[in-house]
Design a protein around this ligand. Sequence first.
Ligand SMILES: Cc1ncc(COP(=O)(O)O)c(C=O)c1O
Length: 390
Amino acid sequence: MNFDEIIERRGTHSAKWDAMETVYGVSPEDGLPMWVADMDFKPPQVVQDALARMLDHGIYGYFGGDAEYKDAIRWWMQNRHGWEVDPAHIFTTHGLVNGTGLCVQAFTEPGDGVVLFSPVYHAFARVIRSAGREVVECPLTESNGRMVMDFAAYDAQMSGREKMLILCSPHNPGGQVWTPEELRGVAEFAKRHDLVLVSDEIHHDLVMPGHKHTVMPLAAPEVSDRLVMMTAASKTFNIAGAHTGNVIIADPVLREKFASVMNGLGISANSFGLAMITAAYSPEGAAWVDALVEYLDENRKIMEQGIAAIPGAKVIPLQATYLVWGDFTDTGMEVEELHRRVQETARIAANHGESFGMGGERFLRFNVATPRARVVEAVARLQAAFSDLQ
Ligand SMILES: Cc1ncc(COP(=O)(O)O)c(C=O)c1O
């Protein structure tokens, strides 16, 4: 577990490193990629060993028999989240963007509205719009260092065409851990407007010390008949390339609809993903995650303090995720100028806030899941790029 180790990722078909020049004009020669949400760390040895066993065996045929995999998920959810999952309720998808698309197909019709709390993970809106459904953005507002939901305003916004709501819990961007009360508010809102409630909890393991994530079925068991849970090991263990996620549905009617869409698209499990996750959801994997979170917590503090030292810039401390959400609004800078300074002067590729929807315009999202030396370097570069504001 040496998270300080610098591992060369350039030229390895890494989206984060090898596409940064195309997307942001930042050369991987001396640029720092702080965008795509994957980590510059190897997964725990137990995962590497599972893959090595597959390579040693050397035959890569169709996968059959996922009982061990589903039991590993059951164990993890029970041990890490206090949530009892029935293995029969688990669908294995090709990741959670795939899971989102399948939910859109299964639970909505073209022209229906899908509610999002904005700003939020950008792929949701892309998937919804590509399927010919409408994105209904309910804006989050900031109050006392917290993103807050205004349900009275959202109630007034509903047209009756909305069929589904996607919650991101913990929230991305911003890394907020929703309280059980806030989660119950979301559940009641979904009930009031008869919405299927999809809870994307992909970041649920990466919660900073002092905060506690509550899974939606524990916060609001009364909405289990409209709840679709999405979980994955991909962010937790840095295995997103294995494209394996889980959609967990307790309600038999929703399960039937989801199964029908999955079968219609011929989606079946990826044996590499299943092997890695089965190994990861173990005591060894859990110890690695504990160490990882401690490391990330230190990285995010360095980045947050570094951003906050820039006049006009501020940041709400991350409670979860490794994605620091910097607010540059009070620098008074136009968005183009902000991006020019970060990309051309600091040579950092960070996600543009506006891609997350309404309210994200003058924000930048920085991925700090990288060896600490790079985070320190990023802070120095950012402070130099804005030094005229001192
Ligand atoms: C909230 C959320 N959901 C889903 C994903 C991506 O999921 P996958 O790689 O399983 O498609 C991300 C990646 O950053 C995310 O932040």
